[in-house]
Design a protein around this ligand. Structure first.
Ligand code: DHK
Length: 143
């Protein structure tokens, strides 16, 4: 039975009201239910978390060492800025799936750099909320 950590970065707690034309109408709570359902169907457990704080995300990634079989991460705005999250992800020896609701490469120039991409096993972007369950599908193929 696999245990998967799903991490969400800043402002993703505002999904549903935050620029729905870009991020969709689903709330983060709805996405968590989608992930719980998909994980249960595989007999997996998931730990689904969100933080607006870079250091908290770094600590959760560090704690995933030895406890999680895979990581799904939408680092949100920190994707484009955080060397600290990049360095923490390098500590993991399990598959890492980077997820974005939108496709940042098709948006403003400052979103084109991802510090997560270089350490990710796979990137899923631009598929809205279903990108999260696609990330679990990707982990199932890898694990
Ligand atoms: C979410 C964010 O909050 C942005 O800062 C990223 C990402 C894109 C998303 O599409 O899920 O640039």
């Amino acid at each position: 039975m696999a245990h998967i950590l799903i991490l969400n970065g800043p402002n993703l707690n505002m999904l549903g009201v935050r620029e729905p034309e870009i991020y969709g109408h689903e709330t983060l709570a709805a996405i968590e239910i989608m992930c719980q359902t998909a994980a249960q169907a595989r007999g997996w457990t998931i730990d689904f978390r969100q933080s607006n704080h870079e250091g908290e995300l770094v600590e959760w990634i560090q704690q995933a060492r030895g406890t999680a079989d895979g990581l799904v991460i939408n680092a949100a705005g920190y994707t484009h800025t955080s060397v600290a999250i990049h360095d923490a992800l390098k500590l993991l020896e399990v598959p890492i799936i980077e997820v974005h609701l939108s496709d940042p490469k098709k948006r403003e120039a400052f979103r084109r750099v991802s510090y997560v991409e270089a350490v990710a096993t796979q990137v899923i972007k631009g598929h809205g909320a279903k990108g999260y369950t696609e990330a679990l599908d990707a982990l199932a193929r890898i694990l």
